[in-house]
Design a binder for this molecule. Structure first.
Ligand SMILES: [Zn+2]
Length: 83
């Protein structure tokens, strides 16, 4: 099981729950499905970045920035939704 997300707490979106990437598929928490598409997109890109970097290192955020330049705004939006 790759990407079973243990970084959720540090990301500040504990309530999003678990995003698990296994067998080539991505499993999302049902709570997340209720979120706007943009937020789901962000979580997916975030998870995909973890396939390359298994932490929240500088390199991880550099990759995230490249793939999803809007991530900060979307993360804030998601956090507000999940409170
Ligand atoms: Zn993460």
């Amino acid at each position: 099981m790759i990407g079973n997300h243990q970084g959720l707490n540090t990301d500040g979106w504990t309530n999003v729950g678990e995003v698990v990437i296994k067998n080539g598929g991505i499993h999302l928490n049902l709570e997340l499905i209720k979120a706007p598409k943009k937020c789901i997109e962000y979580v997916l890109v975030h998870e995909l970045c973890h396939l390359v970097h298994h932490d929240h290192s500088k390199a991880f955020y550099e990759l995230l920035e490249k793939l999803y330049p809007d991530w900060r705004k979307t993360k804030i939006r998601l956090e507000k939704l999940m409170v």
